[in-house]
Design a protein around this ligand. Structure first.
Ligand SMILES: [Zn+2]
Length: 407
């Protein structure tokens, strides 16, 4: 349940654009108010958990078996987490959405991509089905999604029951038990699931590693992280090597603009936040140096950016300081295993934009995903110069939101 806080919408809107840029910018850029202040907003147009199950059933049926839906695990509160697979090709892409339950366009976008790949009789779709396999994990955190909040619904008491070796330890650092983003976790605490991953995929929680820290790996203590790990390891076992691609679909601040044009952003892209210097001899990621996929990840991010730009959407680089170090994120753990990973960050979360711009943002994500899938299928992604990543426009206005509460 979101805690309603007094909004400062009008004042923020007025203060949003400086008089200088106001002269240079098109009217539509100025007219739309935005605010990072959490508040109650309608979200009924997004796909909820029940609707997701109905849609996955339908897709399985109308695709004549091309889309196969299997359970990947169960959420903390017993909801099935689904894996939907389409295509028989040798290149494998895993795409997940709503690891943060208040970041919802990814689920809608994934369902559309599945629908096209599974039901289209076009030559393009047939070619894609023969060259790639898409493994979709929509709504990875269904409990958080139903609560419309970032965290899941797992208490530290439940963690200690499941992992007795953690008795006596303080809660993990990514445990949310206060108020965050307008949501009250005090009576219903939970975890930021996207800090619960570890590059050693067979890792078991150890007392000495808890409470941990943002620049240390997670523990696979949440059922949701364990479900995504299972999907990843199942794919690895099925094909004998790690998945080629992992894409994580998220949302960020509501007022972020594309640097240079000053347009409100649709989607920013990013490669894993793992500092280069830690891959040097003797440093903490040195053992992963030969498998880490920084270049492949940047190539994919450029491909996604190109697809969104060609579709008429406003893309950018997500803020990525050289010392940003988040090995507990799914994308970092998988990149250290040799999978190229991309982060999508759609503008705004449900507590700041609700379902405003839902259709446009969903189409932007689809455009980025489609271009990446096509570029992977043809191998064109391998010919992209990864250094060109730095020529993608940056973001402006990102300082107004807390980067610890987005990706
Ligand atoms: Zn997120």
């Amino acid at each position: 349940m979101r805690v309603v806080v007094g909004t400062v919408l009008a004042s923020l809107a007025l203060g949003l654009v400086s008089p200088i840029s106001a002269v240079a910018q098109p009217v539509q850029t100025l007219a739309r108010p935005c605010s990072e202040e959490p508040r109650e907003l309608p979200i009924n147009e997004f796909t909820d958990y029940r609707e997701l199950q109905v849609e996955l059933d339908r897709l399985q049926r109308v695709s004549k078996g091309r889309i196969k839906v299997d359970p990947a695990g169960q959420s903390t509160r017993g909801r099935t987490i689904h894996r939907a697979t389409v295509g028989t090709g040798p290149k494998v892409l895993i795409v997940s959405s709503e690891i943060h339950g208040n970041e919802k366009t990814g689920t809608d976008a994934l369902l559309r991509v599945l629908d096209f790949l599974g039901t289209s009789e076009s030559a393009h779709a047939k070619r894609l089905r023969a060259t790639i396999t898409l493994v979709a994990v929509p709504k990875l955190n269904p409990d958080g999604a139903e609560l419309d909040r970032r965290g899941n619904d797992l208490s530290w008491a439940e963690v200690r029951q499941r992992f007795p070796q953690l008795a006596g330890r303080p809660p993990a650092w990514n445990y949310i038990s206060g108020q965050q983003q307008g949501d009250d976790y005090r009576t219903r605490p939970g975890f930021d699931v996207n800090r619960d991953f570890h590059p050693e995929l067979d890792y078991q929680p150890q007392a000495a590693d808890v409470p941990g820290a943002p620049d240390q790996p997670g523990w696979f203590i949440t059922p949701e992280a364990r479900a995504l790990r299972k999907v990843y390891l199942d794919v690895k076992a099925e094909r004998g090597e790690v998945p080629d691609v992992y894409v994580d679909l998220h949302h960020q601040g509501a007022c972020v603009r594309q640097a240079g044009s000053d347009k409100f952003l649709d989607v920013a892209v990013d490669y894993p936040p793992l500092p280069d210097r830690f891959f040097e001899d003797g440093q903490k990621y040195a053992k992963y140096r030969d498998v880490y996929t920084k270049d492949e990840s940047r190539q994919l991010a450029i491909s996604a950016f190109n697809g969104m730009t060609e579709g008429g959407y406003v893309g950018a680089r997500y803020p990525h300081a050289a010392d940003r170090d988040l090995p507990g994120q799914a994308r970092c753990a998988f990149a250290l295993n040799g999978t190229a990973t991309v982060l999508f960050e759609v503008r705004g979360q449900t507590q700041t934009l609700g379902q405003q711009h839902r259709e446009r943002f969903t189409r932007a994500v689809v455009a980025g995903l489609n271009r990446m899938i096509a570029d992977v299928s043809t191998g064109a992604v391998d010919r992209i110069d990864p250094e060109k990543f730095d020529t993608i426009p940056g973001t402006a206005g990102a300082e107004a939101f807390n980067p610890a509460l987005v990706d």
